[in-house]
Ligand binder design. Structure first.
Ligand code: NAD
Ligand code: IPM
Ligand code: MN
Length: 351
């Protein structure tokens, strides 16, 4: 059956890495069970430029009717002073689709070991998943206000919002090492106190799993000091945003980390964890691995295309093992050269 994918390339390096992801998809489509159609829609700064809004109604309607959404990245200096920014469009999209569960896997393959600024002996074997609550917390809490002299936000969580993301984390942990680290600031924040007691309650439903709590400040330190001690980390929206960029130091670049965002029902969204990288946009040097791995997450989690996803991952690993790297990892390859190398690897295996 034809699966409809809405493609939101976005801004900055977004279209460059999306182009790479779609080329890789084209190379594996013959081994997919389903057939796929792709529909590009303006979003973010591109939405503002083309249709006057970061999340144009036609884009939202297409996303709501899609089987999955692929997103590049949004934002940039051109739009940051506007009343309705690309970032607001991204938050509105996440909220509209009720994408509460953001899954951010972080692993360090042996080919990347030397690129981490952390000693290889510490990062070797890193394989963790950050489960970030994505549709609530301080990103969305009301009231909020900004004046010339005063500003505030509201970090608000309902118990049901905390419970459902904890369930997501435990279910993921059941398929892994059965250990969940819940990260909060329960020594200070009311929202974190509720987070912690709710985590304890949900944990009772998963007697096969172990739950530990860490405060976010200490967790940020331990993530770098001893990353292999973590398996599934579950945390609120803002802490998950910060810890996942921090975790990208382990494999050596923000440009290699993908993500998946799920609701209870309806289309999931797949996007790199990084932004539009205005500092390198237009140079053709962005690392497309984050987008390519987001594609593999889509193939697995929305469409059960395990062989295709595995082939992409293996091909990516093979290219890295040959010493082909983009600039962020100290290599010389352009986005296109790196992408072509992956496609050569895929084609070698499939034909
Ligand atoms: P960023 O993630 O865009 O870039 C941070 C650093 O990482 C930069 O030096 C950049 O060059 C590098 N980098 C990121 N992705 C890379 C890749 N694939 N290959 C090589 N290097 C890469 O963060 P920023 O500069 O703080 O933000 C830029 C814009 O992106 C802002 O408007 C921000 O709001 C937006 N943003 C969007 C998303 C998203 O679309 N989901 C995520 C984060 C930031
Ligand atoms: C991310 C980004 C977004 C976030 C911004 C662009 C709104 O940093 O996806 O991690 O904070 O969630
Ligand atoms: Mn972020």
């Amino acid at each position: 059956m034809d699966k409809k994918i809405v493609v939101l390339s976005g801004d900055g390096i977004g279209p460059e890495i999306m182009d790479s992801g779609l080329k890789v998809f084209n190379a594996i489509k013959s081994i997919c069970h389903h057939s796929y159609s792709f529909e590009k829609k303006p979003f973010g700064g591109a939405g503002i430029d083309e249709l006057g809004a970061p999340l144009p109604q036609t884009t939202l309607t297409a996303c709501q009717a899609a089987d999955a959404i692929l997103l590049g990245a949004i934002g940039g200096p051109k739009w940051e002073k506007m009343a309705d920014t690309p970032e607001q469009g991204l938050l509105a999209l996440r909220k509209s689709l009720n994408l509460y569960a953001n899954i951010r896997p972080v692993s360090v393959s042996s080919a990347l070991l030397e690129f981490s600024p952390i000693k290889p002996a510490i990062v070797e074997g890193t394989n963790l998943i950050i489960v970030r609550e994505l549709s609530s917390g301080i990103y969305f809490g009301e009231p909020r206000e900004l004046t010339e002299t005063m500003a505030y936000d509201t970090a608000r969580y309902n118990k049901s919002e905390i419970a459902r993301i904890l369930h997501t984390a435990f279910k993921i942990a059941q398929g892994r090492s059965k250990k969940v680290t819940s990260v909060d600031k329960a020594n200070v924040l009311a929202s974190s106190k509720l987070w912690r007691t709710t985590a304890e309650e949900v944990a009772k439903e998963y007697p096969d799993c172990q739950l530990e709590h860490q405060y976010v400040d200490s967790a940020a330190m331990k993530l770098i000091q001893n990353p292999t001690a973590f398996d599934v980390i579950v945390t609120e929206n803002l802490f998950g945003d910060i810890l996942s960029d921090e975790a990208s130091v382990l494999p050596g670049s923000l440009g290699v980390l993908p993500s998946a965002s799920h609701s209870e029902s309806g289309p999931s969204l797949y996007e790199p964890i990084h932004g539009s990288a205005p500092d390198i946009a237009g140079k053709g040097i962005a690392n497309p691995i984050s987008m390519i791995l987001s594609l593999t997450m889509m193939l697995r989690q929305s469409f059960e295309e395990e062989p295709a996803a595995k082939l992409i991952e293996d091909s990516c690993e093979a290219v890295l093992a040959k010493g082909i790297f983009t600039h962020d990892l100290g290599g010389e390859s352009s986005t296109n050269e790196f992408t072509e190398a992956i496609i050569r690897e895929i084609t070698r295996t499939t034909y």
